[in-house]
Each structure stands twice: as structure tokens, then as C-alpha cells.
Design a protein around this ligand. Structure first.
Ligand SMILES: [Zn+2]
Length: 149
């Protein structure tokens, strides 16, 4: 009688091809507005050699932790201007070069109006966030100019 011995920790190196149902329908991205957190923070790791991807909604995890440890959280309803070491009275108007992310715009409107985020999403879903304002390109005069050849 022949006995087959299996290695106790034999690795199963078979791999499965990705099926459509194994991949998320919606990609979690920074400022995706898929949660109500004021500051959306995501962790993202992916490695082609491991064939793995992991995304973590740290903001939502923190929100759950904060419920148990509110004494360790300080929420201030003003922007802390760390360059001038003071809090600013009101949210700034959008002045970046790129368009305002919809998630940030919704949260800014909620802050300005005092309305709930869900109300803002519903009321402004057809409207467009503020556009970016490209900064003027500085022209150099005189001096050495470099050209690629
Ligand atoms: Zn969140």
C-alpha cells in the first residue's frame, strides 16, 4: 500500500483570474465624496508582484474611534492658518489653479450655510464647483536663455 504524504504547510500556488465581481464597482479616491467625513483620507497600496490592492478609508475608521475617545479630539470650526499662527474667521473663496473638487465644494457650502451635507449634495448636484484660476506665466527678460537642441 502506497502512502501519500502531504506537506503540512504546502502552499497553494494556484491563482485565480480576476472576475468582474471581485473588483469594486466604485473606486475609492481622494475627495470622492463617498462618505460624510469632513476630511476624507484614504490609504492606498497596490503591488503588481503581489497581485494585491488595498484601500482604506482612514477617515471613516477614525470617525468610529473618535466615538470611543472624544476627549482626544479637537474640532475647531475655523481654518488654522499655520503661517500666521491664527484662526481665520470664514472659509476662503476658491483661488487654486485647478477646479474645486466637488467634495470640498459641498463641505464648504455646508460650512457657509450651516445646512447638512446631504441637503447640499441634493441642492447642488447639478451646479458646477468654482473653476480654477491659472496663474499668469512669468516672462523672463534678458539673461541667459536655454534651448534644447
Ligand atoms: Zn470617511
Amino acid at each position: 500500500m502506497e502512502t501519500q504524504v502531504k506537506a503540512p504547510h504546502a502552499l497553494d500556488l494556484s491563482f485565480q483570474f480576476l472576475e468582474a465581481e471581485d473588483t469594486p464597482e466604485v473606486l475609492w479616491e481622494h475627495d470622492d465624496d463617498l462618505c460624510d467625513c469632513t476630511f476624507q483620507r484614504l490609504g492606498f497600496w497596490t503591488n503588481p508582484y503581489l497581485g494585491q490592492t488595498m484601500r482604506v478609508r482612514f477617515c471613516c475608521i477614525w470617525a468610529e474611534i473618535v466615538k470611543d475617545y472624544p476627549q482626544f479630539v479637537e474640532e475647531v470650526s475655523h481654518f488654522y492658518n499655520y503661517n500666521e499662527d491664527k484662526y481665520e474667521d470664514a472659509p476662503r473663496e476658491w483661488d487654486a489653479e485647478f477646479d474645486m473638487p466637488r467634495a470640498i465644494w459641498y463641505r464648504q457650502l455646508a460650512t457657509k450655510t450651516g445646512k447638512p451635507l446631504d441637503y447640499i449634495r441634493h441642492a447642488y448636484h447639478d451646479a458646477e464647483p468654482p473653476k480654477g484660476k491659472p496663474k499668469p506665466v512669468k516672462k523672463t527678460r534678458g539673461g541667459t536663455s536655454w534651448k534644447l537642441r
